[in-house]
Design a protein around this ligand. Sequence first.
Ligand SMILES: C[S@@+](CC[C@H](N)C(=O)[O-])C[C@H]1O[C@@H](n2cnc3c(N)ncnc32)[C@H](O)[C@@H]1O
Length: 658
Amino acid sequence: MAGETGPPEAGTGQVFPEQYDQQLQAKLAHVRELFAGQQLPEIEVFRSSPEHFRMRTEFRVWLQQDEAYYVMFEKNERNGSDDGAAGQADEAQPISSDTEQPAAAAATEDNTETTAAAADAGAAAAADEGAASDASQPAADAEQQPKLSSKQRRKLQRKRGKKAAKAAAAADDAKTRRFNRVRIDEFPVASQLICELMVLLRKELIAHPVLRDKVFQANFHSTLSKQAMVTLVYRRPLDDVWQEAARALRSRLLKALGPEACSQLHIVGRSRKQKLCVDADHVFERMEVAGRSYEYMQVAGRSYEYMQVEGAFSQPNGGVCQHMLNWAVESTKGSSGDLLELYCGNGNFTIPLAQNFKQVVATEVSKASVAAARHNIAANAADNIFLARMSSEEFTETWKVKGTRNRLAGLDWEQLSLDTLFVDPPRAGLDPATEQMLQDFEQVVYISCNPETLAKNLRSVAHSHDIVRMAVFDQFPYTEHIEAGVVIRRKPSAAAQFTGINQARTMLASMRTSRLAAAPARPNRVAILVPKAAAEVKQAPLLQRLGGPDAIKAAVDIFYGKVLADDRIKHYFESTDMVKQRAHQAAFMTYAFGGENKYAGKDMAAAHRHLIPHLTEEHFNAVVDNFVATLQELGVPQEDIDDACAVVATTKDAVLAE
Ligand SMILES: C[S@@+](CC[C@H](N)C(=O)[O-])C[C@H]1O[C@@H](n2cnc3c(N)ncnc32)[C@H](O)[C@@H]1O
């Protein structure tokens, strides 16, 4: 490897097997630090192969007269702030091409858009002759193409549209500030197949002007099953001549590699708003059944086949992905009920996990990934998976009210018992609403490429769930990045209290509340309990219909006023700290009626067990009478009082310890 900008920094695409253990230990220590103060089980550690572990990688192509090189970009130490494009890169590695390349070349969760954006941005910049001294060079390269002046930017905007101009300028700016270009001749972090392809492809680009002309990016994707795909991104339109040349390229590459090294090869050409394939835009990863001598790919004793589509997400480290699948399958063995999975990608986890559940509901936002997942579900004969294309945000919103959406048509919430949640989000972790949703599940399996966001998301359920299993998977050797997996389960005390309540919440959320539109007008003095507009509350959860957490607090005050005046039960509260009691009750009701879980008190059985004389049905009914009287006094419609009583009724067995 030679560096055009001086000797490359240690680590640029190289491997250091002798440092592997030390680096892994440092990453492990960092993960422990992030979870300091929390009770952790022993952390299971899954190592990577020390070299040739990456199944996909991307490079910029640098053209110089008749020469072609692969280049990647390293952070410029002087201007290396981590804002912007590189910070948005996926869970890949800072030293490998798909994280450190700025803007257009950085890989995101859905590389399709990124690669297309790279093609668009490159094409736009190249079209501006005034901006590039040599249009055959990578348009965004700081040395070859100076920053665009404002006049040039305006011209570019007129010619190619605002969006493309912005992308080209952002790539330019980002790279100028933050990156040094480094030439890459060897890249031993990549699979053996990619390493061989890199050498062969470079010779081909040098030898064939049609393939070389205005190419600016080369993406490699390989599988453990020995299939490969090369995507070449151009700053010019592609035509039949290119397609013919690509076809010939594919034959020569296959011949040179030999069938032992590569069983299938596809070439994809991308340019602005253009994609041509020779012959396909996907590869098939295969996981052989136990007993066949295949080093990595054995999942729970049977084999799975996955279509991996060009540009869509796939786990970069094939061997480590294998460990992750096995771990997830083993961790959920013996689970009861059904599974909800968000961020399911191409069904990587979904399909092997389906064996542990009656029914699986899986969602994913990327169109390409969903298409691949549908194929993979059918190809692996998994018949208990319901798949919907939705963002986690959209799903969470629907989940809260157990509502319907076109994309969830056919899903019957009442028939499902979604006790387990599986998430594998991008680096940013869970959005706030999805984070809040964690508390609705008995068990959550969280796979994360960013332990920082993992730790942050799990803090919100530390009071209600225990971490019962934890693992680190070294997907990204020689970088500071590491993948982690955590299984959390509801604490036993919390579990007893939530069993009935959760059923009631599910039932209530699925009730049609349109009758509210006809709700009678309520007196002014209970304004706090009156939702703003009937239209707004038509489909609202019970808590909202009752006026929200503040209204519950007010209702709890009135309720205890009545309880303390009720001869049937007032003696139970003689030595009770009523300030605390009111706060506990308000938090409990808020959660039970569909709100956030901030209840930190005892479960229902434990909270009432010590009461002498023991509570009877008569006492329970007295509490309900006061509760109903409170809601009536506040003008709550009878339908909502009935719904609220249905929730209260679910606590009866625990309160009376029946
Ligand atoms: C780390 S990948 C995991 C994919 C899959 N579990 C696998 O192992 O291949 C994260 C996935 O989340 C998807 N994604 C990103 N943002 C999302 C969102 N807001 N809602 C739903 N899915 C999203 C991406 O398209 C990507 O497929």
